[in-house]
Design a protein around this ligand. Sequence first.
Ligand code: NAD
Length: 471
Amino acid sequence: GERHSLWDCWKVMTENMSEFEQVVNKAREAFRSGRTLDVEFRKKQLKALQCMYNENEDAICAALAKDLRKPRQESILLELNLLKDDLRYMLARIDDWVKPEKIKTNLVTMFDSPMIYHDPYGVVLVMGAWNYPLQLPLLPVSGAIAAGNVVIIKPSEVSPATAQLLADIVPKYLDNDCYKVVCGGVAETTELLKQRFDYIFYTGSPQVGKIVREAANKHLTPTTLELGGKSPLYIDDTVNFDLAVRRIIWGKCINVGQTCIAPDYVLCTRQVQDKFVEKAKEILKEWYGDDPKASPDLCRIISDKHFQRISEYLKDGTVAVGGVVDREERYISPTILVDVSPKSKVMTDEIFGPILPIVNVDSAYDAINFITERDPPLCAYLFTTDSKVRESFVKDVLTGSMCINDCVVQLGLHDLPFGGIGTSGMGAYHGRASYDTFTHRKSCLIRNYNKVAEQIGKMRFPPYNEKNTKL
Ligand code: NAD
């Protein structure tokens, strides 16, 4: 028979090995080299990310405009600035964060040193969604780097311009062995997910979240899932209406509603609804003019599929404002729907578009019941100045996070962990929470040989004597 040299065998093996297997193997090799354990190396990478954002601002805004017609102000405020602030925050604190934690001793360990050391997991996979195509795949990455992991970044193929830009620019700034961008759609992601990672961080829909978790289970890989759902909003008549409605409409209209923490629907009494609709009409006209389609400040829907899905929701109620669509441009105007049944599609699907249905309730307590009968949302919003209503809402509503008297802006505060619960996700990130997510806290007890302490310690040794258990 034919004889193969070791070299031939290796060649055959690597040729059959999938491309992703090689990528992951290379990443693991880079991790094993120990380079990322050096905190100075991590800081250098975080600073390189800062440079990347500063030096590519125009290219980034152009890619975001290409994918979503995202206005420059939204790109800067809700993507670039968030990333830059997060890096500043991390760089100022990383030296403190990485320090081993000294733990208090008890009687038996009085002369010992119990410690918690921070270890990276190893090879991390970060998968981002398309709606904030820069921020979502990259914000977790800074935490993964700060904690000393190597990272494989998979941007969404649904926002191809930004995905391509990331594949082009990331290698120019970050260490090429330790940090890699891989691109592809469902077929590639399926293949990628067969690999063994040490941690998977996924942002996207609950449906695909389940697929990711199933794949992770094969290797017992821990996961963070940043998912979605319907984030409710309740408003009563105790608020400054002009300001409240501005904040709500802004939260719904940024990225034309394609925001995971956008208020999905409004709960209020009939009287509040009338005031809300009047105010909303006034504000929409002030912001976007008589023909919002002509305004440069509104994004477009990401794809025909989503345009089709969202357009269908217009049938689920009476259009109080908006309701204009343009298939060619994938444009849907900011719309308020009234007379909406809680059983209709617009009230059972996550909307993820510029349609705001209003469902009438009689009181705050009805609203709380309405919310708690459904899946726990990513966010719950409350607009009130009544402290009793606020206290009930805070106590009774199970949700990933909450914001009272505003929407979306809670994500700008790094010390507030960002994440869901139940179908809206598991785990959290942003600021310190990002570092913690990608850190394994390794307990370590360092014992002593102190003779006095051993008077107690030796009682555990045989021959056993029941007296010794009664300490
Ligand atoms: P998605 O889950 O449909 O798609 C995300 C990625 O999964 C795609 O890039 C695709 O390549 C991959 N994928 C799709 N089908 C797959 C399959 N069968 N096997 C393997 N991979 C597959 O999500 P989306 O449409 O990008 O995002 C919308 C959802 O994301 C909404 O529910 C929204 O609320 C949520 N979201 C959450 C956050 C958050 O921070 N919690 C942020 C943004 C979006």
